[in-house]
Design a protein around this ligand. Structure first.
Ligand SMILES: *Cc1c(COP(=O)(O)O)cnc(C)c1O
Length: 392
């Protein structure tokens, strides 16, 4: 008689934490169902969803005209074109950003004039702007790094005093405010990105908020081959436009995301607070980590970036990242200083030109922060990071 098989004993499973990315979009079922509806509708590229998205965005920005595009890069390029910036002109910008910020200046044929960052805010140092102005300067293109807004009062006062246009690269500051006013609801040109890493996404996409309807109409022309349609069958082309329109599928994703912006921002602020609390310990102080500005009212906490200590016995950033990865945690680099890229070196910039941006480019580390994260995740990140820094 065969012996009956022993009942299976439960095998003790070691709880393995899932890998923690440094960011992840939060897409809900309602949005996904909405996208499916668009796909079945027979109209999938720019159409009613794009119009609806623009109406909602214009409302959000207090009535300033908002237009959507297929990236937060072309929005800046188009803003520069609308501002008449081209060959022979200079644009003041920061060397610490995603390279798109200064690439668009080169794309329109102008020259970026980098001004070093303020090491505390990590944004363009407005104190240094006036010394960088020349008769060729046409615009200032600042970035709200990690969502922390550049001082808008000083920025716009400077621009007004010197007759300059402003293109705000607000790719990272959707949902941030300045003195109680939403970024984008005032100012000159304001550009946002809806890349999946940003605070709201349309998969790819961007938005340009403009000064008036005339410029908004012109932006629409630059968005699609310069074409103007009139009457039943009229078509005219006056400017050289490109192919920058957003699809209805993407716009539907953006609509679902915009509805949740306040919830996302609140959650990001709460998690950022959690980082500050957990990094306010003797071990954290001893680690030599530099923290971001603790702004919980204006900043949308697009990223939580710490400055790693830079001394001979401190572990290199690449090693810290590898060890965090081994602990199941992703980290990011945002960003290497732009003027040190080969393309920019060929245009004349060199090491030592912008010491604060170079220091940040070498030592800033982006820790995980996204709405679906938990306080437990924050604890996990802080514990792993302090362990690594205390045992180099
Ligand atoms: C993401 C980003 C951009 C570019 O946006 P895309 O939508 O990817 O073109 C530009 N500037 C900054 C600071 C960004 O973070």
């Amino acid at each position: 008689m065969p012996t009956p098989a022993e009942p299976a004993r439960p095998v003790p499973v070691e709880r393995v934490e899932p890998f923690l990315p440094f960011t992840r979009p939060s897409l809900d079922e309602e949005t996904i169902a909405g996208v499916v509806e668009v796909l079945r509708s027979g109209w999938i590229t720019s159409g009613p969803q794009v119009k609806a998205f623009e109406v909602k965005l214009t409302e959000y920005f207090g009535g300033r005209p908002a237009r959507v595009f297929n990236s937060g890069t072309c929005t800046m390029e188009i803003a520069l074109r609308l501002a008449g910036v081209g060959p022979g002109h200079e644009v003041i910008t920061t060397p610490l950003s995603w390279v798109a910020t200064s690439n668009v200046i080169l794309t329109v044929g102008a020259r970026p004039v980098f001004v070093d960052i303020d090491p505390v805010t990590r944004n363009l140092d407005l104190d240094r702007v006036e010394a960088a102005l020349t008769p060729a300067t046409r615009a200032i293109l600042p970035v709200d790094l990690a969502g922390l807004p550049v001082d808008r009062d000083r920025l716009h006062a400077l621009a007004q005093k010197h007759g300059l246009r402003v293109v705000e690269d607000a790719a990272q500051s959707f949902g941030s405010t300045w003195r109680g006013r939403r970024i984008g609801s005032f100012g000159d040109f304001v550009s946002f990105s809806f890349h999946p890493n940003k605070n709201i996404t349309s998969i790819e996409g961007g938005c340009l908020v403009l000064h008036d309807e005339r410029e908004a109409k012109l932006a629409e022309q630059y968005r699609l081959q310069g074409v103007i349609r009139t009457g039943q069958d009229g078509m005219e082309v006056e400017v050289l436009g490109g192919k920058f329109n957003l699809t209805d599928v993407a716009a539907r994703v953006g609509l679902g995301q915009l509805a949740r912006l306040d919830e996302f921002t609140a959650k990001r602020r709460e998690l950022a607070r959690s980082y500050f609390v957990q990094l306010d310990t003797p071990a954290a102080h001893a680690s030599g980590l530099g923290l971001p500005v603790a702004d919980f009212t204006q900043c949308n906490w697009h990223m939580f970036q710490v400055m790693l200590p830079e001394h001979p016995s401190a572990p290199k950033r690449a090693d810290v990242m590898a060890r965090m990865h081994a602990a199941g945690i992703a980290t990011g680099v945002h960003y290497p200083a732009i003027h040190r890229f080969a393309l920019y070196r060929r245009l004349g910039w060199k090491d030592g030109d912008f010491p604060h941006a170079e220091h940040a480019g070498r030592n800033l580390l982006t820790l995980p922060l996204f709405p679906a994260m938990t306080h437990r995740d924050v604890t996990r990140v802080v514990t792993a990071l302090l362990t690594i820094l205390s045992a180099p």
